[in-house]
Design a binder for this molecule. Structure first.
Ligand SMILES: [Zn+2]
Length: 520
């Protein structure tokens, strides 16, 4: 029976033999002709037959070499038969597939088989235990929502959802989940109860370091667990490029706003933003993040150091705390920037009138310009150039709204033409460097919105733009060695620390339906 089961097309056998003979002739004629002709022939005369050597499987690979046909053993052609058997479905002998004992099966099974063949995947992966479907869901609490209500919305049976809600409440105690909180669910639907999905687990993580998990047990009860993740510091760097406003450039690179503000303020001591900062310049910040043991960032990063690459020089700022002193930023040489003065008392500005003699634009006669004018949009915040005490704050004749700060016994700064004075800025108030003391305006004798800025030493007006090294303190004594080591480390880390963007936690693998996408 197994030997010649190919009654598939007995009529073809003679033709087959004919082509065999024909091929031999061709062979004698020439190799090239053989290659083409023989190949075509083989592809036409398909099914295996008693005719030796007609088996295409055995021949095709070594076609040209197969010239003088070494008598193909019957064993070979036999071996090919069962392998090919399933291919022609119509004449399939039932015995090859179905055990002969089963009586009604053969015709049925064959049809089934050919039917499956037409559909691409999944022939019979899930044989008996009917498919119980598992999937992940992320739901968000809405206003007025409770976890129990939410579970009711997705048809979790009442007894189950009540138990889950109670367990969760037990974990949370008096804490309440915020609106928008993401609830992760792992679900299962049993085929016999497709309308009553079962919760395998529920987890919520109101803070990155704390996760609350409710898990279904084998006995259908629920277990509650609070997971606390260890938080530790991690140093990362971010590279950015100046495109438009500095804060925006920072945000685009992924620098947290607070760190970028500190960076820009620290740079303001050494960089003339108007003249030196150009589009396309690159910067690096080194941040210390706080990260949970599973990679969730709990603090986006405190600025440790930063580097701005100007055209001809690179400005570096290093965070450092001298012994017994306040933490601040220092340049690479260990000069504190904190106690010097802001070069420009605004984040963005443009010098429109310099210190010295000039024709007064309103009064019309030549006079000493005792300060520097910075043009900026009305409402732009004006920053205290250094720590100090407010000695005047209010309207002051041609100066308009005016603030004067005393920084040391002999250094003072003054700010004029404000549209309004900053909150809490009154005579006697202490201000910190960089604090907003007012907003750009055009009050008093002024032709348009600008800041008139004066710098006084020993009561005399001096040019603020030449005062950049005034009052600069150095790290000294025991601090010096410690600072240099730290600065070297930071400068090195600004080149080699892992990039923050490469350390984003991988999202949990979720299977199917996801109602709301996870963020983070
Ligand atoms: Zn002026």
């Amino acid at each position: 029976m197994t030997d010649s089961p190919s009654p598939s097309d007995p009529s073809k056998s003679p033709g087959k033999l004919a082509s065999w003979a024909f091929r031999r002739v061709l062979l004698a004629l020439g190799a090239v002709a053989l290659a083409a002709g023989g190949y075509a022939l083989f592809h036409r005369g398909a099914p295996p037959s008693p005719a030796p050597k007609a088996d295409p499987v055995a021949n095709t690979p070594g076609l040209p070499a197969a010239g003088p046909p070494g008598a193909p053993g019957p064993a070979q052609s036999q071996a090919q038969v069962p392998a090919r058997a399933p291919v022609p479905p119509p004449a399939l002998p039932p015995a090859t597939i179905v055990p002969p004992a089963v009586e009604p099966a053969p015709p049925f099974k064959a049809e089934e088989l050919s039917g499956f063949r037409l559909k691409p995947p999944e022939p019979q992966t899930e044989p008996d235990p009917p498919a119980s479907e598992r999937y992940e869901l992320t739901l968000r609490l809405e206003r007025g929502d409770t976890v129990e209500k939410m579970l009711a919305d997705i048809d979790v049976p009442e007894a189950e959802r009540r138990q889950i809600a109670q367990k969760l409440q037990g974990l949370l105690g008096k804490k309440r989940l915020a609106i928008g909180e993401a609830i992760q669910l792992s679900m299962q639907t049993l085929p016999e109860r497709p309308d009553a999905p079962r919760v395998l687990s529920l987890s919520v993580r109101p803070q990155p370091e704390r996760e609350y998990i409710i898990t279904r047990q084998d006995d259908a009860s629920y277990d509650a667990e609070e997971k606390v993740y260890k938080v530790s510091p991690r140093v990362v760097r971010i590279e950015g490029e100046r495109k438009g406003p500095l804060m925006q450039s920072g945000a685009k690179a992924g620098v947290p706003a607070a760190a970028m503000t500190e960076f820009v303020r620290a740079l303001a001591f050494d960089i003339d933003f108007q003249r030196e900062i150009k589009e396309g310049q690159r910067f690096t910040v080194l941040l210390e993040q706080r990260v949970t043991s599973d990679g969730h960032v709990t603090h986006p990063g405190r600025l440790l150091a930063g580097e701005w690459r100007l055209l001809k020089r690179t400005v570096t700022v290093i965070r450092f705390r001298p012994q017994g002193g306040a933490e601040g930023f220092f340049n690479r040489q260990g000069e504190s920037v904190v106690r010097s003065f802001l070069r420009t008392p605004m984040d963005t500005s443009r010098v429109t009138s310099r210190f010295g003699m000039r024709e007064h634009p309103i009064l019309g006669f030549s006079a000493m310009h005792a300060g520097v004018d910075f043009a900026a949009a009305s409402g732009t915040p004006i920053l205290a150039a250094g720590n100090g005490k407010v000695v005047m704050a209010g309207p002051n004749g041609g100066y308009g709204n005016y603030v004067k700060l005393q920084h040391t016994h002999d250094v003072a700064t003054a700010y004029a033409h404000m549209s309004r004075i900053g909150p809490g800025i009154k005579p006697g108030a202490m201000v910190r460097q960089g604090q907003v003391i007012g907003f750009v305006g055009s009050t008093g004798l002024s032709t348009g919105p600008h800041l008139h800025y004066e710098f006084l030493r020993g009561g005399k007006h001096v040019n603020p733009l030449t005062q950049k090294f005034a009052m600069r303190a150095m790290v000294a004594g025991k601090d010096a060695g410690r600072f240099q080591a730290l600065a070297r480390q930071y400068v090195n880390q600004m080149k080699h620390a892992p990039m923050a963007a490469d350390l984003k936690p991988k999202p949990k693998p979720t299977t199917s339906a996801q109602i709301v996408k996870r963020d983070e």
